[in-house]
Design a protein around this ligand. Structure first.
Ligand code: G1P
Length: 296
């Protein structure tokens, strides 16, 4: 099978309850880091990795996402008239060619595995990527691009991986390591959200995947796993005896933007990365922390 990865699935059907009331009327993926919605970071990363077709698995109340990727002729014309070329450039990042993006609905919240399965007909019989937009990853080489390169060597299925504190394993899919080659890890088992004492390692799955289409077939069984949900982890685990499963320790920093503290940390990190904001923002942070310390 060809190892070209040109399709990516973005599961964005979650209700984002951790960010209520904000997410009562806006999808979590539209929440911004500096001036870009979370979803834009995932799209940029996918594009850098050579993805050409973008499949969104959405749910009720997510239409703001579809509008975001639509053309905005009136806004563009207004900016053009005023000669605002920088803003126009920023705006065009969110443009998607007609036919490059597709939306399928997950009718019931049955788990991440089920969400990916909903895209099966659009994926067909080829390897595909999955990006969870909650996991925002910075790095010199975008994470999915690193994985696409490593995947050319391994084939099979590949998941991004990162060491987490043992007591946090219950929040992640966790890898049972067969062979550790540094950045690439051979996997002999995968467990979704194990209790710390049952975790086979502290190497956790982060939300970037390159998957064999066999995983979709495994998902046909709709097996219910951890938390009463159909888990993607379980369907990947079934591939271990087949074409193989690999963990990939990416180079970069990951922010869990599905949690408030991760989202705040990402806001600070991305703010500091912006040249036009860096100086004043650094000064503000320094002074603010000093002032707060003095007040305590
Ligand atoms: C999902 C996956 C889990 C993975 C995590 C990474 O869990 O099910 O295996 O470790 O994403 O962010 P969720 O965070 O959606 O509960």
């Amino acid at each position: 099978m060809s190892r070209k990865v040109s399709k990516a699935v973005f599961p964005v059907a979650g209700m984002g309850t951790r960010f209520l009331p904000a997410t009562k009327s806006i999808p979590k993926e539209i929440m911004t880091l500096v001036d870009q919605p979370l979803i834009q970071y995932a799209i940029d990363e996918a594009r850098a990795a050579g993805i050409e077709e973008f499949i969104f698995v959405t749910s009720r109340g997510k239409s703001a996402l579809e509008d975001y990727f639509d053309g905005a002729p009136i806004l563009e014309a207004a900016l053009e008239k005023k000669g605002k070329t920088k803003l126009l450039e920023a705006l065009r990042k969110s443009d998607m060619d007609s036919g490059a993006i597709a939306y399928v609905r997950q009718r019931e919240a049955l788990g991440l595995g089920h969400a990916v399965w909903c895209a099966r007909r659009l994926i067909g019989d080829e390897p595909f990527a999955v990006l969870l937009p909650d996991d925002v990853i910075t790095g010199e080489v975008p994470c999915l691009q690193q994985m696409v390169e490593a995947y050319q060597e391994t084939g099979g299925s590949m998941v991004a991986a990162m060491e987490v504190p043992q007591e946090k394993t219950s929040s992640y899919g966790v890898l049972d390591i067969a062979e550790d080659h540094g950045s690439i890890v051979g996997v002999k088992g995968m467990v979704e959200k194990p209790a710390a004492e049952d975790a086979p390692s502290n190497l956790a799955v982060i939300g970037r995947y390159i998957l064999s289409p066999n995983v979709l077939e495994n998902l046909n069984a709709k097996k219910v796993g951890a938390g009463g949900e159909i888990q993607l982890t379980d369907a990947i685990d079934q591939e271990i005896g087949g074409d193989g499963v690999y963990g990939y320790r990416f180079r970069g920093q990951r922010f869990d933007c599905g949690s408030k503290d991760g989202y705040l940390q990402a806001t600070v990190a991305f703010g500091l990365q912006r040249e036009e904001l860096r100086e004043e923002f650094t000064e503000f942070l320094r002074d603010y922390v000093q002032m707060r310390d003095a007040a305590e």
